[in-house]
Design a protein around this ligand. Structure first.
Ligand code: SAM
Length: 206
């Protein structure tokens, strides 16, 4: 028997944003795979754990090894369908072997915090990705939400865009969402100074 691998979205950080369905799925797993940050929510279950590091081929080998004797659950931040490890795992496992469980995405929380709807927004990530993908997107959409990281911080993104795009759009920087250190900044592109590490940056022309 080959158990399906569950990829569970555990939300942006705070335990209150983990769905009851995600909790139940973690409870029924034999092996929990995730970052230290995600795994800490489930320490009380005293399950066998595997920490995700940079060796992703090694992770795939390890999961394949256990697929027949353990129910494996992979914990990912936010929602698994949005810039997560699920995209990588899909290359190595047939679709029928993967079961995605939705979570609350950092972007959902970001738009709730700034009180805006997100049905017409274009989402893009510069988390570990080049900045040049941003330009065509910013030029074609009124509002763009950008996943930044500790290298491509909001300030780096703003400095890159400043002389390349029209006007001086509104910018919201939604940092450390749902964590006690959460901060929301509202400013203009020309005024961004935040080099925050874990942010959703919303750039809006309207
Ligand atoms: C690899 S992506 C994962 C996105 C995730 N699947 C989701 O749905 O939110 C990581 C990026 O998501 C954003 N992110 C994740 N958690 C966040 C949080 N608590 N506060 C702000 N941004 C967050 C940051 O831009 C971070 O660099």
């Amino acid at each position: 028997m080959v158990y399906p691998i569950r990829i569970i979205g555990v939300g942006p950080g705070h335990e209150d944003y983990i769905t009851p369905a995600a909790k139940k799925a973690a409870e029924t797993a034999d092996l929990l795979v995730g970052s230290q940050r995600s795994l800490k929510h489930f320490l009380y279950l005293k399950k066998e754990t595997l920490i995700i590091d940079r060796d992703l081929p090694g992770l795939v080998r390890e999961i394949k090894k256990h697929q027949t004797d353990k129910r494996v659950a992979v914990l990912v931040t936010g929602d698994p369908g949005f810039y997560s490890l699920a995209s990588y795992l899909k290359k190595y496992f047939p679709r029928t072997h993967l079961e995605l469980m939705p979570g609350i995405s950092s972007t959902q929380v970001a738009f709730a915090r700034i009180g805006r709807s997100w049905e017409n927004v274009r989402f893009i990530s510069v988390h570990g990705r080049p900045l040049n993908k941003l330009l065509p997107v910013i030029e074609n959409y009124g509002t763009v939400a950008v996943l930044t990281d500790n290298i491509n911080t909001p300030k780096v993104v703003a400095d890159y865009l400043k002389d390349k795009i029209k006007g001086d759009p509104l910018v919201f920087i939604c940092d450390s969402l749902t964590d006690p250190a959460e901060e929301i900044f509202e400013t203009r592109l020309s005024q961004v100074y935040q080099a925050t590490k874990n942010s959703v940056m919303v750039i809006a022309y309207e």
